[in-house]
Design a protein around this ligand. Sequence first.
Ligand code: 4NP
Length: 151
Amino acid sequence: MTSILMVCLGNICRSPLAHGVMQSKLSKENFYIDSAGTAAYHVGNSPDKRSILVAKQNGLDISAQSARQFKVSDFDTFDYIYAMDQSNYNNIISLARHSDDIEKVELFLEANPSVKNKDMPDPYYGGQNGFEHVYNLVNETCDILAKSLSH
Ligand code: 4NP
């Protein structure tokens, strides 16, 4: 079993999309996917309704997800930890205990050579079009990651 954790700030906008999209591209028998936020603001909440909508428009139901905060034991549970932006990356790394922890953490968009800016934009204060942009970046990048992890 390979386990993958998607991490953003609140775990209500970006990482729930990455969680749902990645899960849809990999077999449940071989991959465990989860998501978390580095902040605790939204713990227990459903994904943002704009993330739920863009997922639904693309055939995915992410409404059952519930936000949780990243915790140190996630370094033990997960093989790969993908941060949505540099700030999330820094927050995760600040909790690392040793180099094995640090080695598990990558910027999600580093996997996508066609994207120059490696920070996934935070769509929280914008409109639905920002969520559509995030969905497209997530979908394209999860395709690349799922292909490389399945081989
Ligand atoms: P996320 O977006 O990190 O993609 O879930 C945000 C959600 C909430 C806040 C900021 C970003 N907030 O400030 O509450």
